[in-house]
Design a protein around this ligand. Structure first.
Ligand SMILES: [Zn+2]
Ligand SMILES: [Zn+2]
Ligand SMILES: [Zn+2]
Ligand SMILES: [Zn+2]
Length: 887
């Protein structure tokens, strides 16, 4: 049976467990208790799980390397190379490299296939004029033991490549050694002579191009922008003009201390950990998430590739040395589970401790009032954790799905009565929170259990979860006061380290019990497959000594060993597996609200006037960016350079103003109701941003970009209870909706049909269809409706394709003014429209207008992306060209 089938069976078996054990499970109060409970379930001895684990064990270490395959692929590559099919040869050599086992120079059994394939690929790269990459492969080939008697070939190529790159001095240094190697080589004298000649020529031909090349190279390096006002002492990776605050009803947030102009850089942050999405495995580097030109395969497995040895080093140093042999397991579980493990491995590798592991002076810990206050902050369900998943600007769909465990999708998700940040049950009753806190610190968990016994399962779950949302309880520490004290430091200082990650909100109270059980079962399964040794190692590195289990904690810790003292060796393993499973599950819960998609802009060809698409590359955790709260009308914008996240201001931000980022539901793209529903669904809160409050204060308003037209007074109207209702206070017209529905359908059909014509290049047909479309839209839609803009946009594309710049510009300007109304005058949406307009004006030789348009577009792109938007580059080139014409 395939792993995927066994995995399905496992998930079904989790569901079976749900029915029987759910009430019991829902009474548990911490991840560690839940881990203990799940690990003790009978089902691990059952057929399903035993076989799944056996299967995964049998796949462990099956890293896919094969000398036979590698040699076969290299032979095919050689054939392609001889036939001068360089691209094909490149692919074949690359595959050969990825299958080649890594061997060492002095390894008797070692095959040379890796070094040979690398050497051959360097020859292809030389032919493709990729000299820098060629040099990389040459070095890698020598490092992996290329036969010494053949090295003259590589050295010869190296000198030529260096000359081609204009690195004359470097090349000259190599010449002597190369000539010696050629001299010693076991080849005919005429061949030697030819090689010597080539070297001399290489030096001569290149000297003229020398300077130009080097300059070009450095221009391509993309620099990460500098933070406005330098780096904050309080919040790692944030501007010195920004501070972190914590408010009872809102949780943690970032607030401007100083004024920021649009375009100012507020945060520059590397992910704490990131997982490349599966569909990009073969095209992007697993570490730095950039497109890979010349794949550098993992030394251990055939499945993972990097852009360079440097990236491979980093991955191995931080997590891949553990992950490599477990690749089959990791590909079976979801991205969130993979990322959770990576967070732990990275923290362990960096020598960072779990927040509860830092023992500090007991001075602060002995002040109960402070503890209570802190606890209050932590207990209230805040929005600070509800973070960061961007919505694809094209489709409006959330780019990050909630941890899609297939079991969880089958379960009806119920929000506990207290769900949402505005819930009065928790946020508005500080006294209760204090009580909860005190319980948490002093009483035994038994009391909490009896309290909830009379309530329904669901309520138990929510109670349990509220308590659970204090990190100190989640980790079930033996010395709770220390962890409280540590969290207090974290309130003041956000270091962007593992503590910052660990303290992000879990929102456990919003996860259904079924979800929690499934997440915990996945965590336990992972721990069982990763093995006791790895769990012990990681847990110990995090400073959570499994062996020092004194049984001092209530109802948690090492149950069998209540008297205290050190646990036996095997028992240490048990405790560490429990702790590891608890930690994995803790992070899985956080990721739903705190994971951030790393995206890139996919360039579209410029003729068709299509917009750039945002493509999700990876899922990651950025602890500082995760502090940004949401607004449907945000004042900051998130973009990426590789995997570096950059947050810029997009409006004038005054001191004292909170920095707000849009998690997806933007007021320009979605109407009020849709936004509220989307935010509640994924992030568990009701939005009360400016845009939403305007709506609440005036329920009669309608989003103009989706409004209909009142048939009587032409003002905006909306569909309500199957009636068309005019929003003008002086008009009580109510229209029937049947007519509108029929017309809307006709419009939609016409648009789809015309777009198809446009795709096929039947411009006349497209134009005629779109014009009919416009007539119908004018009849029923308000002039500011975005569908009218869309039709104008399509007409602009038609005329652009047929070369009628003037008409194209006319239509595009109409679409542009709607976009400006909808998204605002500094929106990136408007910049895209301006870019299109500039292209048209450029082609139509409307020089002065074009220069104006370019300036506007450059300013807006600059605000959002700095200088690095691909369109900024293009716009600057157009500008230079126009200025040349003017001069
Ligand atoms: Zn890389
Ligand atoms: Zn690997
Ligand atoms: Zn809002
Ligand atoms: Zn009216």
């Amino acid at each position: 049976m395939a792993t995927s089938e066994r995995w399905k069976l496992f998930q079904e078996s989790c569901k079976k467990e749900l029915g029987r054990r759910l009430p019991e499970f829902s009474r548990l109060e911490s991840d560690e208790e839940r881990a203990k409970f799940c690990l003790a379930l009978d089902c691990w001895d059952g057929d399903t799980l035993t076989k799944l684990i056996e299967k995964l064990q049998s796949l462990k270490g099956k890293v896919g390397k094969s000398t036979e395959k590698a040699n076969h692929l290299r032979d095919k590559g050689n054939a392609a190379y001889k036939a001068q099919k360089f691209q094909e040869a490149f692919t074949l050599y690359t595959d050969s490299i990825s299958y080649s086992p890594v061997t060492h120079v002095n390894d008797d059994n070692g095959t040379e296939c890796l070094s040979l394939a690398l050497a051959n690929r360097s020859a292809v790269l030389f032919h493709l004029q990729e000299y820098k990459l060629c040099l990389q492969d040459i070095q890698a080939s020598i490092d992996s033991g290329y036969p010494e008697n053949l090295q003259y070939k590589l050295l010869h190529r190296k000198v030529q490549a260096l000359f081609k790159l204009g690195k004359k001095d470097d090349a000259k240094k190599e010449v002597k050694g190369t000539l010696e190697a050629i001299e010693k080589a076991d080849i005919p004298e005429d061949r030697k002579e030819a090689m010597r000649k080539e070297l001399k020529l290489a030096g001569r031909n290149i000297s003229k191009q020398e300077e130009g090349k080097e300059g070009e190279e450095s221009a391509e390096e993309v620099k990460v922008p500098k933070l406005q006002y330098g780096e904050s002492q309080q919040v790692a990776h944030a501007s010195g003009g920004v501070e972190m605050r914590e408010e009872e009803d809102k949780g943690r947030m970032l607030v401007a201390q100083k004024a920021f102009e649009p375009g100012s850089v507020l945060i520059v942050e590397q992910p704490y950990a990131a997982v490349l999405l599966q569909k990009h495995h073969s095209t992007h580097c697993h570490t730095c998430v950039t497109p890979v030109l010349v794949p550098h395969p993992c030394r251990g497995c055939q499945y993972v590739q990097y852009c360079s040895g440097t990236c491979e080093e980093q991955a191995w140093r931080e997590y891949h040395s553990y992950e490599c042999e477990h690749w089959h397991l990791l590909q079976m579980v979801e991205t969130f589970a993979q990322l959770s493990l990576r967070l732990l491995l990275t923290a362990a590798a960096r020598g960072e401790k779990h927040p509860s592991a830092d023992m500090e002076s007991p001075a602060t810990a002995s002040k109960p009032s402070d503890q209570a206050k802190l606890c209050t902050d932590k207990v209230s369900p805040t929005s600070d954790g509800a973070k960061t998943v961007q919505i694809d600007s094209e489709t409006g769909s959330t780019s990050e799905q909630p941890g899609d465990l297939s079991v969880q999708t089958d379960v009806i998700e119920e929000n506990p009565p207290s769900a949402g940040m505005e819930s009065p049950t928790t946020a508005d009753k500080p006294s209760d929170q204090n009580k909860l806190c005190t319980d948490d610190l002093s009483s035994t968990s038994e009391e909490a259990k009896t309290d909830s016994e009379t309530e329904s399962t669901l309520e138990q779950a929510s109670n349990m979860s509220q308590a659970e949302s204090t990190p100190e309880q989640a980790s079930n520490l033996s010395v709770k006061t220390d962890s409280v004290q540590n969290s207090m430091q974290d309130v003041e200082l956000h270091r962007g380290n593992y503590s910052s990650v660990y303290n992000l909100m879990t929102h456990t109270e919003h996860h259904s019990v079924e979800q929690l059980l499934t997440q915990m079962m996945v965590s336990c399964l992972m721990c069982k497959c990763l093995g006791v040794d790895m769990c012990v190692e990681v847990v110990k590195k995090l400073g959570l000594e499994g062996g020092n289990c004194t049984g001092a904690t209530e109802g948690g810790g090492c149950g069998e060993n209540k008297e205290g003292g050190d646990c036996a060796k095997s028992e240490e393993g048990v405790v560490c597996v429990e702790k590891m499973a608890a930690l994995l599950c803790h992070h899985m819960q956080q990721l739903r609200c705190n994971a951030q998609a790393i995206t890139t802009l996919q360039e579209q060809d410029s003729v068709s006037l299509l917009e750039d698409k945002q493509v999700r590359l990876a899922t990651a955790v950025f602890p500082t960016e995760a502090l940004l709260n949401h607004s449907c009308r945000p004042n900051v914008f998130v973009s990426f350079q590789g995997k570096t996240l950059i947050v810029r201001a997009v409006s004038h931000i005054k001191p004292g103003e909170e920095l707000l980022h849009c998690y997806g539901p933007h007021a320009g793209r979605m109407v009020y109701g849709e936004r509220q529903a989307a935010l509640k669904e994924q992030y568990f809160f009701s939005c009360s941003c400016d845009a939403c409050q305007e709506q609440v204060g005036n329920p009669n308003t309608v989003d103009m970009f989706s409004a209909y037209k009142c048939p009587v007074c032409n003002n905006a109207a909306k569909l309500q209870d199957k009636k068309l209702v005019c929003t003008s206070p002086n008009c009580d017209a109510q229209g029937d909706t049947d007519d509108i529905k029929t017309t809307s359908k006709k419009i939609q059909d016409l648009f789809v049909q015309s777009s198809a014509f446009l795709e096929e290049g039947q411009i006349q047909e497209a134009v005629s269809g779109l014009k009919q479309c416009l007539v119908l839209q004018w009849k029923i839609l308000h002039p500011s409706n975005k569908d009218i803009a869309r039709t104008h946009d399509a007409l602009a594309r038609c005329y652009a394709t047929s070369g009628d710049c003037k008409k194209s510009v006319e239509h595009l300007k109409k679409s542009l003014s709607t976009v400006e109304l909808q998204f605002g005058a500094c929106s990136v949406e408007l910049a895209h429209e301006l870019h299109k307009l500039a292209q048209l004006q450029f082609n139509g030789q409307q020089v002065a207008e074009c220069l104006d348009t370019i300036e506007r577009a450059l300013t807006i792109f600059g605000c959002h992306y700095g200088d690095h938007h691909p369109k900024s580059k293009e716009l600057r080139a157009m500008k230079d060209c126009l200025i040349d014409v003017l001069v």
